[in-house]
Each structure stands twice: as structure tokens, then as C-alpha cells.
Design a protein around this ligand. Structure first.
Ligand code: AMP
Ligand code: MG
Length: 479
């Protein structure tokens, strides 16, 4: 058993101004929390080798695996709308890339691996809480069929990190189809570095959009993937929490799980993040923010779209303006499937969109649990998810009439998009609390349940909304 990672590092072959090359900083006492066996196998890495002392040392940043070429990527970004010309990997290092068994190039990144020139005031480290949260939520997203970065491993460092309190440190090994963000493009656009923009555009197209022939086609393709991604989030009651442009990945995967959470009781304006004072990243605002982020992306690409500025602006604007229609189609497709609707009824004001909106309004008025309401639709138990069933009862006849017209609900499609289990916030918090005390059993149990989200769990606890005293009202950034 030996650790062999078949690295092939294309990002490291880009010019040096794209990153800062450096080794990870060693930690005091690396300990294994978890290795994702099936993902390791997909990547062509022996999971047992990852769990060996050599593997753990590599995952902690204490030893450099053969072929790795660690670097901190440069990027910029708008954070809550405010411009930061230089962010970059302040607590992460790209170890390198591998081609997985499906032929897809994937990044392997250590998060929490120590300071870099991009750390600013930060310590470059991660607490065990954010590592556990990202591990659980990203693996749940994957299991629910939403594009996402993955968790390959979590390692405890044996070192404290100082936040509001002193917490145990940890390192997450993250796998992504790449870590190229809107903010990566902004970094070079803001510097007027057209040569780098061109190289980054070519790299991104070759890697993620081989069918795109030019920058405009790239922009359009990124818009389509973002529209589908956000519709996927909306269909799960997921709130990302920090949709800054540096957290908008151009390949269209969910990335940077910080103060993210799934809603229990449905509320359109729901916000969890402790720093989102104005609800910029509220549930219902996510598609609007995606457009805002895509407009920043489009702006970066202008010089590559057309030599004539006005023509470039016109083409880019048209592309960005196509988002709402694409998003609405993706959203309708997803929610039709959630309700088991087949075909399309789209009369103005009285079609499927109104029916779906009517259910969401009823859920909000009747304080329904988002996950259990949709999961209950196919089992005639949705009503039980409402604190007040009156709005549900008012809505139901229209739904029954719609189903009668199509000859019954499409139960097969419902079963694929209505999870029975999400990583409920109070259970994630329980797993984090235990892990902070060195007990990883609740994390392991929760992980095994949320990675089979469409199966009924043996323990009903995983489907039960929090009691009032268990409800988590706020979540904190992943630092
Ligand atoms: P985030 O909002 O978590 O995506 O992080 C935004 C920026 O802050 C990125 O440039 C991160 O690398 C940086 N950052 C966050 N936490 C830390 C930390 N503990 N040490 C250094 N940099 C950090
Ligand atoms: Mg980030």
C-alpha cells in the first residue's frame, strides 16, 4: 500500500502571476477524521493509502505527495457588493490536478493549510466546525444531484485556532472540477492584463466548455450552468449565504460552503448568515445575485468578446439578459418534477408557475417544513409538515385538479428530486459540537444518512424538524 496520486497540474503551467507557489505549513499532530473512499477511488487514489500515516501526513500538509505542485491561486472579488482587488487563497493551497476515472480533470486542494501571501489578517487555518460543515453539506449536495465541490478528507491538526473561542484546527481536502471563479477573471481584468485574461479564458474553455468557440460562447455557457445551479439550490431550500463573486465558480459547481444552510420552515426572505445584515443573499434573492455576479463576469470578458467596445457591450448585455428566462425554465422544470407534474400548463397567471407559487405561499403562511412538505406530496403526508394547515387546504384542490388532468402524479420524478433527508442545521451543529470534543461518531452517522437522501432513514430523528429550542437561527462564516 503506497500513496500514489496521479497528478497532472495544468494550472501550475499557467504564468507565475496566476498564483503563488509555496509548500503547506506543517501542523503539530495530524489525526484522521474521515476519508471519502468512493471519491478517492473515482480519482484513482487508494483510499487505504490516504488513511495510512503517509496519507494523513499528505492530507495535513506535513508531507508533499509525489507530483504535487502546491500553489495559492490569485483572485479578486466583490464581497457583499464591495470591490476587493486582491483576495486569493488565504488559507488554501491547490496541491494539483488529477484526471478522474470518467476522464474529468479535478483539482485537489487543501483548505486550512496555513498562511499564504493572500492571507491578509487571517491565520490561514480552519476550525473543525467549518470543515465538518463543508464536508457534510457538500457531500449531501452531491448525493442530491446538485453540482458541487466534494470533500475527499478531513484531518485534525492537533493545533488550536483562535476565533471567538479557541477551537480545534482541521484541514479539509476539497475536490473541484476547478477553483476558477468569476473573481479570478476580475483579478486580471482589474489589472488590465488582457494577455492573462485570454490565457485564463482559453484554459477555462478547454477545461470546462470545450464546445465553446469564443469568449461570448463561454459567457453564454457559464450563464446557463449558473441558471441551472441556482434552480437546483432553490429546489432544496438551500441558502448559500455568501454569493460573492469570488465564491462563484465558472464551472457551475456550488463552492465555498461558509454560513450556508438548508431551511427547515419555509420563508422566502430567509437569511442565516450572521454578517448578511440586509438580506443581500436571502433565499429568494439568489437568482438576482447570480445575475449580478454574471454581469461582473461579462464585464471582464468585454475586451475578448469584440474589439469594438459598443458591440462587445451589446452582445454581453444580451447574454446576461437571457438569464431570467433560462432560470425560470430551469426552476419550472425542477418544481414541476417536485410536484409530480407532467407536461406544461402555462396559461398567463393560471398555469403551473402560479400553482407552484401558490404552494410556496401556502407553505410560508402555514409555516411548513420545506423538505417534509415536498417529500410528503407523494405520500399524502404533506399536510403534517404545516404548523397551520389552512393555507394548504385552500391550495390543494387546484393541485388535485391539475393532477387529475394529467392522470395522476409522476411519482418517479418526485422521488428523484424530493429528498427525505437534508443535513438539517441543528444536526450539523450537533455533529460539530461533538467533533469539537473529539467525538466524530455523530458526524459519521449523519454523513452516512445524508449521503442517501432519498431513502427513508432508520432513525426518524433525521427527518424531524428542530424543536424550537434546537432551531439554529444564525450561521457563521467558514473561517
Ligand atoms: P470566504 O468568504 O470564506 O470565501 O473567504 C474570502 C477570502 O478570505 C479568501 O481570500 C480567503 O482565502 C480569505 N480567508 C478566509 N479565512 C481566512 C483565514 N482564516 N486565513 C486567511 N485567509 C482567510
Ligand atoms: Mg471564498
Amino acid at each position: 500500500m503506497s500513496l500514489h496520486i496521479p497528478f497532472d497540474n495544468s494550472y501550475a503551467r499557467l504564468p507565475e502571476r496566476f498564483y503563488h507557489r509555496q509548500p503547506a505549513s506543517a501542523v503539530a499532530k495530524p489525526g484522521l477524521i474521515a476519508v471519502n473512499h468512493s471519491l478517492a477511488q473515482d480519482l484513482g487514489i487508494d483510499p487505504d493509502a490516504l488513511e495510512s500515516p503517509k496519507g494523513i501526513a499528505a492530507l495535513a500538509g506535513n508531507a508533499l505527495p509525489d507530483g504535487a505542485d502546491p500553489l495559492a491561486q490569485a483572485y479578486a472579488g466583490h464581497q457583499f457588493g464591495g470591490w476587493s482587488p486582491q483576495l486569493g487563497d488565504g488559507r488554501a493551497l491547490l496541491l494539483g490536478e488529477v484526471i478522474d476515472r470518467f476522464g474529468t480533470r479535478r483539482d485537489i486542494q487543501l483548505k486550512g493549510s496555513g498562511p499564504t501571501p493572500f492571507s491578509r489578517m487571517g491565520d490561514g487555518r480552519a476550525g473543525i466546525g467549518p470543515v465538518i460543515r463543508e464536508y457534510l453539506v457538500s457531500e449531501a449536495m452531491h448525493a442530491m444531484g446538485i453540482p458541487t465541490t466534494r470533500a475527499l478528507a478531513a484531518i485534525s491538526t492537533g493545533e488550536p485556532v483562535i476565533r471567538e473561542q479557541v477551537l480545534p484546527g482541521a484541514v479539509l481536502t476539497r475536490v473541484a472540477s476547478s477553483h476558477i471563479r468569476v473573481g479570478t477573471f476580475q483579478y486580471f481584468a482589474a489589472r488590465g492584463d488582457e494577455e492573462a485574461l485570454q490565457l485564463l479564458t482559453e484554459h477555462t474553455m478547454a477545461r470546462h466548455y470545450p464546445e465553446a468557440e469564443d469568449a461570448l460562447a463561454l459567457l453564454r455557457a457559464v450563464i446557463t450552468r449558473q441558471a441551472n445551479l441556482i434552480a437546483g439550490w432553490m429546489g432544496l431550500g438551500f441558502i448559500h449565504g455568501v454569493m460573492n463573486t469570488d465564491n462563484a465558480q465558472v464551472a457551475g459547481e456550488t463552492i465555498d460552503y461558509g454560513p450556508c444552510a438548508f431551511m427547515d420552515v419555509y420563508q422566502a426572505s430567509k437569511v442565516f448568515s450572521s454578517i448578511d445584515h440586509y438580506g443581500r443573499y436571502a433565499y429568494v434573492n439568489q437568482p438576482n445575485i447570480a445575475v449580478w455576479n454574471l454581469a461582473q463576469f461579462a464585464t471582464c470578458l468585454l475586451p475578448l468578446i469584440h474589439k469594438d467596445r459598443e458591440t462587445a457591450a451589446k452582445l454581453a448585455t444580451e447574454a446576461v439578459h437571457s438569464f431570467p428566462a433560462q432560470y425560470t425554465q430551469a426552476w419550472l422544470a425542477r418544481f414541476r418534477a417536485k410536484l409530480g407534474l407532467t407536461g406544461a400548463e402555462d396559461e398567463d397567471g393560471d398555469g403551473d408557475e402560479a400553482l407552484i407559487d401558490g404552494l410556496l405561499d401556502a407553505m410560508e403562511d402555514g409555516q411548513a417544513d420545506f423538505t417534509n412538505c415536498f417529500a410528503g406530496l407523494s405520500e399524502e403526508s404533506a399536510e403534517a409538515s404545516f404548523a397551520d394547515p389552512a393555507p394548504w387546504r385552500d391550495w390543494l384542490p387546484a393541485y388535485q385538479a391539475r393532477l387529475a388532468r394529467q392522470g395522476g402524479a409522476d411519482l418517479a420524478s418526485m422521488a428523484q428530486v424530493n429528498p427525505k433527508i437534508i443535513p438539517r442545521n441543528h444536526l450539523v451543529e450537533e455533529a460539530i459540537q461533538a467533533a469539537q470534543n473529539g467525538d466524530y461518531a455523530p458526524f459519521q452517522t449523519l454523513l452516512s444518512v445524508i449521503t442517501r437522501p432519498f431513502e427513508p432513514p432508520q432513525d426518524p430523528k433525521f427527518q424531524t424538524p428542530p424543536r424550537p429550542e434546537q432551531t439554529i437561527a444564525q450561521t457563521f462564516c467558514g473561517t
